[in-house]
Design a protein around this ligand. Sequence first.
Ligand SMILES: [Fe+2]
Ligand SMILES: [Fe+2]
Length: 165
Amino acid sequence: MGTKGIEIVGMDVKVLIELLNKALADEWLAYYQYWVGAKIVKGPMRSNVEAELKEHAEEEFKHANMLADRIVQLGGTPILNPKVMGGISNCGYDEPTDPHVMKILEQNIKGEQCAIATYSNMLKKIKFADDPISANMIRKIMEDEVEHEEDLQAIKEDIEMMKKA
Ligand SMILES: [Fe+2]
Ligand SMILES: [Fe+2]
């Protein structure tokens, strides 16, 4: 850990690390939900949906990586035991028990909406002036989540149009 890099943070670093670890749990669970969803999804436009889910999984994994690196930089420890993730995450885990494309899309849209709300709340707690590095990182992640929501809603809309045609 870099001493000066931590000293300049204008908020309680412990609180900051806790917030980042909660987000790390969300990202890891989102990663798994997309990853396993891509394996089991069935129904109209299966290959398009599968490709989209895989792409999102990779991006959630990148987010988890960014959060874990920042936690280490701040002198914290990223969650060591995946068992605690469900308990501390903001958005939880939505088990994809029904492999139908529409159901999987709906679950993941709900997940993205929770992620957008969570990061939006985090940005209110982690002010740019207090920690520009974390604030900037969260803004970047949030941009991806907004894109994810739009991607999934667009596919869902296409499938609904196919049904009406
Ligand atoms: Fe994410
Ligand atoms: Fe996402």
